[in-house]
Write a protein that binds this ligand. Structure first.
Ligand SMILES: Cc1ncc(COP(=O)(O)O)c(C=O)c1O
Length: 368
């Protein structure tokens, strides 16, 4: 609903409809050492080589960084076997999602995304003056037919988080292709693959090949999750020359920090560290649901580095009560009420001892 600002200043239409993004909690009063499993950074933290590269950069802080992120794009290109001319880097993938919306949608246009998807899509749509349209999911997963049936003459952008945060579900290669085949060529499909590195499922497609054959597909990636460099704010996107050219025209000239670029390059080159992060994650994706089976909490199947936990309705055992109980133990999971999932909490997969602590605490909560 449109609100009114006090005073004389008026922002652009639709801006006041935006509910500012509220991230997960970071601290709990009375607890010095909280166990924060709420923002989906890889449990093992960043590569030590990335930290060294970051520290080494300290002597260059007075200088502007190289503006096109050439060295980082070149490393991304080599590691992923994709063309560096079709990559743009950004201050986190958030920045790129916002730039894409600003460049390709405006007043009178519609921006589509699924019901329980990343909150930034709605914010980015409204900020560009467009109408955000949330499309119902089926069993907490994007439904290709429902997306296709929601396309109108005004649709300009479809955001698809694959895998999706916070549900952990994903569209297979063939479903993704079917979606693209059924959208008009003047609609941009943004495949947000922030958690791609964690996905080991054989039917998952990072969508690079789709980008290479389609002008209207752009893929976004981030160094915040699997590489655990969230604080440095580095992301990138891969798209057709037309899309990349447009983003390059509107991005800030020095939108990625020098330290962020150097650390990201080192992280990309440390494939052993990434493999260790993926291995630990895969272990807990499988093990955690077993640990808490029979408690009455259900785990949504996930291919990311987080699991959506669904709690019973009972007032003593619901997600609110669980959140409070976990806080009392110094444990923070992500409240996902703003994602329309008030009966759930999202758990970021952590280190072995952290996962054991959470499992024990949840079992105790359900027994209490
Ligand atoms: C699906 C998804 N996309 C994008 C992002 C943004 O990540 P960043 O801006 O740190 O690259 C997140 C972060 O939570 C996310 O969950």
């Amino acid at each position: 609903m449109r609100q009114k600002m006090s005073g004389n200043l008026e922002p652009k239409p639709r801006i006041l409809e935006i509910e500012p993004y509220v991230g997960g909690l970071s601290d709990i009063k009375g607890h010095e050492n909280v166990l924060k499993l709420s923002s989906n950074e890889a449990a093992i933290g960043p590569s030590p080589k990335a930290l060294d590269a970051y520290k080494l950069y300290a002597g260059n802080l007075s200088r502007y960084p190289e503006g096109s992120a050439r060295e980082l794009r070149s490393t991304i290109g080599k590691v992923n076997n994709i063309n560096i001319e079709n990559i743009v880097c950004g201050a986190g993938s958030d920045e790129l999602l916002q730039l894409i919306c600003r460049a390709f949608s405006g007043p009178g246009d519609e921006v589509l995304f699924t019901e329980h998807s990343f909150l930034v899509y709605r914010i980015a749509a409204l900020a560009s003056g467009a109408s955000p349209i949330a499309i119902p999911e089926t069993n907490l997963c994007a439904d290709v037919d429902k997306i296709i049936n929601s396309i109108s003459k005004s649709t300009r952008i479809i955001f698809l988080a694959n895998p999706n945060n916070p549900t952990g579900s994903f569209l297979t290669r063939s479903e993704l292709l079917r979606l693209w085949e059924n959208i008009p060529k003047n609609v941009l499909l943004v495949v947000d693959t922030a958690y791609a590195e964690f996905v080991t499922h054989k039917d998952y497609d990072p969508a690079f090949k789709l980008v290479e054959k389609a002008e209207n597909v752009v893929v976004t990636r981030t160094f915040s999750k699997a590489y655990a460099l969230a604080s440095l704010r580095v992301g990138w996107c891969y798209g057709s020359s037309q899309v990349i050219d447009v983003i390059n025209r509107i991005r800030g000239p020095f939108n990625v920090s020098g330290a962020g670029m150097k650390a990201s390059i080192a992280a990309l080159l440390d494939s052993n560290h990434l493999s260790a992060a993926i291995e630990l994650n895969s272990k807990w994706l499988e093990q955690f649901p077993r640990e808490i089976s029979g408690t009455g909490i259900s785990c949504m199947p996930s291919v990311g580095n987080f699991i959506l936990l669904k709690f019973p309705d009972d007032i003593e055992k619901n997600s609110k009560a669980a959140e409070k109980f976990l806080y009392s133990r110094g444990i923070i999971l992500r409240n996902v009420e703003s994602y329309g999932l008030s009966d759930c909490l999202r758990l970021t997969l952590g280190l072995d001892h952290e996962m054991e602590t959470v499992a024990l605490s949840l079992k105790e909560f359900m027994r209490s």
